[in-house]
Design a protein around this ligand. Structure first.
Ligand code: AMP
Ligand code: MN
Ligand code: MN
Ligand code: MN
Length: 295
């Protein structure tokens, strides 16, 4: 057998592993604990799985312990979703397979968490001016000791009956350009990639179709990400329509990035679940080939 046949074969077998490399727990804005999420993924027969909470890796060790204690077969890939600011857009960069205890990662997490605290307080000030008091305190209560996010503020406004859906909280108050929006002081894409690389991981553009970018801007993002040493992009997310899937697969191939996939699961709902509809075309090389080669 020729070596190209071998490469083709192994690529195919990597692509067909059941995986999900984007999910959230209570350590940020997910609704399940790390143990509950692992049980769900395990019940769905997912072979390789990443918890990628917003600007924290707190769930990783808890999940690993749960896997050990229960002798589960699932392989957990350490992960994170880092918020970055690029050209005034909030772009999310997923890091996979890093050393979660690496000092560079710990330092970046600390500064991102501080930026989140400051933004949360400023956002609460703006909400107070809009007539809604103590949103910071209520959001903190929901977040407990996890990362505080706008999703928590959205839940506060929803629980109080201010908005009828979580989405409306973003559309009316805390989304970009709305009256309680605060521009966050996130790190740059280059900084996120540098730290992910320093801690031995791989970097991925999260859900590229969720930023509302035109194709022209999407190309710019991919070029900048790639120039900064980025590795991959999520080519399939459950929320993408067929045209978006085609476009992201085409761009991934065109710019020579590797492919990753993830559900971006936050809580059980009607539209998506762990590991569903995440298959990748065989012509793309997948990011998980790296850790499947390692022994
Ligand atoms: P943050 O990282 O604090 O800005 O919070 C963003 C999180 O809010 C996202 O990860 C989503 O889970 C959630 N979210 C829900 N709807 C929206 C929306 N329209 N825009 C941005 N974030 C949203
Ligand atoms: Mn989220
Ligand atoms: Mn995201
Ligand atoms: Mn996410």
């Amino acid at each position: 057998m020729k070596s190209t046949d071998n490469a083709q074969l192994s690529r195919k077998s990597y692509n067909s592993i059941r995986v999900d490399f984007h999910s959230h727990t209570k350590c940020s804005d997910g609704h399940l604990t790390p143990a509950e999420l692992i049980d769900r993924a395990s019940n769905y027969q997912i072979e390789q799985f990443a918890i990628t909470d917003h600007d924290t890796v707190a769930g990783v060790a808890i999940a690993e312990q749960h896997i050990r204690d229960n002798n589960l077969k699932i392989r957990l890939i350490p992960g994170i979703e880092i918020s970055t600011l690029w050209q005034n857009f909030e772009i999310h960069v997923v890091g996979l397979n890093m050393d979660v205890q690496h000092p560079a990662l710990t330092a970046l997490i600390a500064s991102q968490q501080q930026a989140r605290e400051e933004r949360a307080q400023l956002m609460a000030d703006k909400l107070t001016k809009a007539g809604f008091e103590n949103c910071y305190e209520d959001a903190k209560t929901l977040a407990q000791d996890g990362t505080i996010t706008r999703a928590h503020f959205a839940r506060v406004l929803h629980n109080r009956g201010v908005v009828s859906t979580l989405q409306k909280a973003f559309d009316k108050y805390i989304g970009k350009g709305q009256r309680a929006y605060v521009k966050p002081l996130w790190c740059s894409i280059a900084q996120a990639i540098e730290v992910i690389n320093a801690s031995g991981g791989y970097s991925v553009i999260a859900h590229p179709m969720k930023y509302g970018l035109s194709t022209k801007w999407l190309r710019r993002l991919i070029v900048d990400f790639s120039d900064a040493g980025g590795d991959a992009m999520e080519v399939v997310s459950p929320q993408m329509n067929p045209q978006q899937k085609l476009l992201s697969i085409e761009l991934c191939e065109q710019y020579g990035l590797q492919a990753s996939v993830g559900s971006d699961f936050h809580y059980p709902n009607r539209w998506s679940d762990l590991g569903k509809n995440l298959s990748v075309p065989d012509n793309l090389s997948v990011i998980w080939q790296h850790w499947n080669k390692e022994h």
